[in-house]
Structures are given as structure tokens and as C-alpha cells.
Design a protein around this ligand. Structure first.
Ligand code: UDP
Length: 486
């Protein structure tokens, strides 16, 4: 950057960034962290939540009063179009996206074109940061002449398998011919030799090219490269080979994660909770009473669901392994569980002895607790990164979207744990828990410790993610400046 532009960017009024996350726990959490880091650097931020998410946040956190420390920050809301009591789990994603398309998008469009934040308003937005799934943002940003940055909060390795879908179709690798899920995939550059069909996101298992998820992904593939840049919650050292591939479709890539640790570094203090469920903190004193690295944390995140049979297989596997465990059973996460069911006596007794169950946990804090020795996870990207930072090895039981890819990377590439995908059998659970928590414990912990150190270095001053965030903010200032001078 030449000096003249640099000083112009410094003296111009700060950019006004509108941040629009997909209204789910993971993306909202990430984007709130990004928003706070923007505020720390003096940017103005309008954070657009659905009314449902805003209500959950207000019920469960002190986020509104917390953000009052940043006069340049404000929340804005719009409806998602669903009835208040409608469920919003993984199986309802399409219902939510359709409803947002019909109800939320026109409101958003009006808001940023002719309404409160339009070009001729008092506080026009000068940049949009939106979830990568929001294809509509490309046209709207273009129409009002502001830059658009997509923030895809899933893993870049997962997203890269989305972006390779046209290539897979062209090469005849998708839809799969035959049923062998162990066949290697050859048309995802950077993943040759280890990515099997079963490691692609589960929606790849359809035989139907017109499947709505396939169409959604193809649409996202067409739109992502049209943004001025892509923001990712990862760090260069973890996913360098994949990020190099991504740079071929979008040269401006900003890997600025792990975001939760990055924010703590910049704030030099702990952060607040962004949970949309009430955290049950009673698990912390319980953990305080357990021996170091003796407890397996079990959670399938905010969207995945399991059947009652799967609950029992995992439960028996845990109990038979003899390990201590802390298990999150999110309300609504067990399909078909309408009424209290009778817990088998052996499970009940063993759980009282060495287990603890909560409906929602302060996960970051739990994972950082010295009593935690491992994590049985659904391999959601936030959970994976939170585990990586805390140096906790994983047993991966992926559910959907990027999770099948993440678990392959955890097991095969990063060697941070075991991939249990496509099985749910008490014997396998027991064997894997014993391996992670006993026979290979030291080996896994050592490896996890190494990668944890690299992750923390990336968000320290001078680290890759730290520099990328500075660059992102500088680029937003420059893009905004060139827009306002146009
Ligand atoms: N989480 C939490 N408490 C819980 C379970 C999950 O705070 O009891 C948080 C977790 O820390 C993570 C997010 O919920 O930040 C889940 O995001 P992830 O990407 O792992 O999975 P998703 O929920 O999107 O499937």
C-alpha cells in the first residue's frame, strides 16, 4: 500500500460493516467474535440477527449489555418467517432457508438499499460480511456498490469438497456408481489418496443430481468466487494445502482463526458466552473433582440429532469402557423421545458413579478444563477447533455438512484422534474410548499438544491469523475508501 492511500485510509470515517450470519449457533458465535474484533479496530458494525436468535441470545447471555462498551456496534433484527415454536435443528435447515428466502431476504434488501442502511441514509453500510450460503448477497451488494466478503464458518477442507462438486459431476465421480463407500475420490485436488466417498459430506450419498442440497451447493459454488474475499475460521498451518487450492478460485482469502482464541488474544481477557441455550455450569464443580485428563466430554453440537438406539449404543460403550464422562444432551436432540424413557439400571448406576449429564455446557471452558482428556464429538468445525486449541484428542462421530470431511482430517491427516463415522455400536465405542483414554492416550495427547501450540501461535501478535485479520481490516478500509471515491 502506498503512503498516500494509507494516510487517506486512516483519516477517512470508519467503514460501516453489516454482518449477516446464518441464524444458527455456530455461525452466530463466530460472527459475533469477528464483530467484536472489528469494533476493537474502530470499525462500525451492524449485526443482523433473526428475531429468534436475538431472543435466544438475550435469554441466555448478557450480550446486549456487554456490547454497549462498543458505541460503534449495534444489533439489528429481522424475522426468519418461521413460527416461534418451530424446531430449528439439522433436519429443518431447508424449511428455514426457504422461509428466509421468502420473508427475510426482501426485508434485508430493503434495509440496505432504500431503508435504514441504504446509500442515502444517515448511516449507510459500506461493506457486507455474510454467510457463504447467502447467495442473494452478491446481487444486493453489487446494486448498492459496496464490497461483499463471504464468511463460511464451516471448515475450508469441507468447503473445498463443495467447491469441487462441478468437477466431480463432470468427471463422473458423482453421483457414486455402486455402493462402495471406501472407493477413493480423485477429483478433489489436495485430498487425493486419502479422501474416500464416505468422507465426503453425507449429502453426496444421494443418487439424485436434483437433490435440493446438491442444487444449493452448486449455487453456492457459483456465488462464492464473486465476493471480494473469503474469510475462514482456520489457521494457515492447519490447512495450508487446501487454502492454496482455494486461492485459485478466490485470491483474497483470510484465514483468521481459531476465532475464539484470536479474540481472547486481542482482548487480553476471557470472552463472554454467545450461547443460544442456557449453560448448565454445575458441570464445572463436578469436573473440578475428577482426576486430571480422566473425563471424556461427549457432545453432538447444536444441530445434530440421534436416535434412541444410538443414544443407548454410545451410552453402553461409554459405561463399558469404564471411563468417566460428561455428556451434553441438548433438548430435542434425541429423535422420537417424546416421553421419559426408563433408563436401564446398569446405565443409571454407572452414570451416577462416574458420569454427568447436562442439557448444554459452557463448552469452551469445559474443553479447557484439566480434567478433560478427550472429546467424543460430531466434528462440527467450531467444536473441532475448540478441541484443537485445548489439545484434546477426539473420537469423531460426524453427522452432516463438513463433518465427514473434518473427521477424516482429524483421524488421517492431523492424527488427532479416531474416526468413528458410519458406525454406532457399543463395542466399537468402547474400543475407541479405551484407545483414546488409555492405550494410545500419551501418543494422542502429545500430538494434540503440538498442534495446540501451533494454533495458539497463529493468533499471537505476529502469527499468521493475527496478520490476516490486520490485513482484512486494512483491505476493508481500502475497499470502502475506493467505493466512496467512485
Ligand atoms: N456448544 C456449547 N455448549 C454445548 C455444546 C456446544 O457452547 O453444550 C457450542 C460449541 O462450543 C460450539 C458450538 O456450540 O462453538 C457448536 O458449533 P459446531 O460448529 O461445533 O457444531 P454445530 O452446532 O454447528 O453443528
Amino acid at each position: 500500500m502506498d503512503n498516500e492511500r494509507a494516510s487517506a485510509s486512516a483519516s477517512a470515517s470508519p467503514p460501516h460493516v453489516l454482518i449477516f450470519p446464518l441464524p444458527l449457533q455456530g455461525p452466530v458465535n463466530c460472527m459475533l467474535k469477528l464483530a467484536e474484533m472489528f469494533c476493537l479496530d474502530g470499525l462500525q458494525v451492524t449485526f443482523l440477527n433473526t428475531q429468534y436468535i436475538q431472543k435466544c441470545l438475550l435469554n441466555c447471555t448478557n450480550i446486549e449489555s456487554y456490547f454497549q462498551r462498543y458505541p460503534s456496534f449495534r444489533f439489528e433484527t429481522l424475522p426468519d418467517g418461521l413460527p416461534e415454536d418451530s424446531s430449528r435443528t439439522a433436519n429443518d435447515i431447508f424449511k428455514m432457508l426457504d422461509s428466509m428466502e421468502a420473508v427475510s431476504v426482501p426485508i434485508f434488501e430493503e434495509m440496505v438499499t432504500s431503508g435504514t442502511y441504504g446509500p442515502s441514509s444517515e448511516k449507510p453500510i459500506t461493506c457486507i460480511v455474510a454467510d457463504g450460503i447467502f447467495c442473494f448477497a452478491v446481487d444486493i451488494a453489487k446494486r448498492i456498490g459496496v464490497p461483499l466478503l463471504y464468511f463460511d464458518t464451516i471448515s475450508p477442507c469441507g468447503l473445498w469438497t463443495y467447491l469441487c462438486l462441478p468437477k466431480l459431476i463432470e468427471a463422473g465421480e458423482f453421483p457414486f456408481k455402486g455402493d462402495d463407500l471406501d472407493e477413493l475420490i480423485v477429483n478433489v485436488p489436495g485430498m487425493e489418496g486419502f479422501l474416500r466417498r464416505r468422507d465426503l459430506p453425507s449429502f453426496y450419498r444421494t443418487k439424485d443430481l436434483n437433490d435440493p442440497t446438491i442444487q444449493l451447493v452448486l449455487n453456492e459454488d457459483r456465488h462464492l468466487p464473486l465476493a471480494q474475499g473469503l474469510i475462514f475460521n482456520t489457521f494457515e498451518d492447519l490447512e495450508e494445502p487446501i487454502l492454496s487450492q482455494m486461492r485459485k478460485i478466490s485470491p483474497k482469502i483470510y484465514p483468521i482463526g481459531p476465532l475464539h482464541t484470536h479474540l481472547k488474544t486481542r482482548l487480553a481477557t476471557e470472552t463472554i458466552s454467545n450461547s443460544i441455550w442456557k449453560e448448565d455450569r454445575s458441570c464445572i464443580p463436578w469436573l473440578d473433582m475428577q482426576p486430571i485428563k480422566s473425563v471424556l466430554f461427549v457432545s453432538i453440537g447444536s444441530l445434530a440429532v440421534m436416535t434412541m438406539d444410538q443414544v443407548l449404543e454410545i451410552w453402553y460403550g461409554l459405561v463399558n469402557s469404564g471411563t468417566r464422562f460428561l455428556w451434553v444432551r441438548r433438548p430435542g436432540s434425541v429423535v422420537g423421545l417424546e416421553k421419559e424413557f426408563e433408563i436401564p439400571m446398569d446405565l443409571s448406576l454407572a452414570t451416577k458413579e462416574r458420569g454427568y449429564i447436562v442439557s448444554w455446557a459452557p463448552q469452551e471452558e469445559v474443553l479447557s478444563h484439566p480434567a478433560i482428556g478427550g472429546f467424543l464429538t460430531h466434528s462440527g468445525w467450531n467444536s473441532t477447533l475448540e478441541s484443537i486449541v485445548e489439545g484434546k484428542p477426539m473420537i469423531c462421530w460426524p453427522y452432516f455438512v463438513d463433518q465427514q470431511v473434518n473427521s477424516r482430517f482429524v483421524g488421517e491427516i492431523w492424527k488427532l484422534g479416531l474416526d468413528m463415522k458410519d458406525t454406532c455400536d457399543r463395542k466399537i465405542v468402547e474400543r475407541m474410548v479405551r484407545e483414546l483414554m488409555e492405550s494410545k492416550k500419551e501418543e494422542f495427547l502429545q500430538r494434540a499438544d503440538q498442534i495446540s501450540n501451533v494454533s495458539k501461535a497463529s493468533v499471537s501478535k505476529g502469527g499468521c491469523s493475527y496478520k490476516y485479520l490486520d490485513k482484512l481490516i486494512e483491505d476493508i478500509k481500502l475497499m470502502t475508501l475506493s467505493t466512496s471515491q467512485a
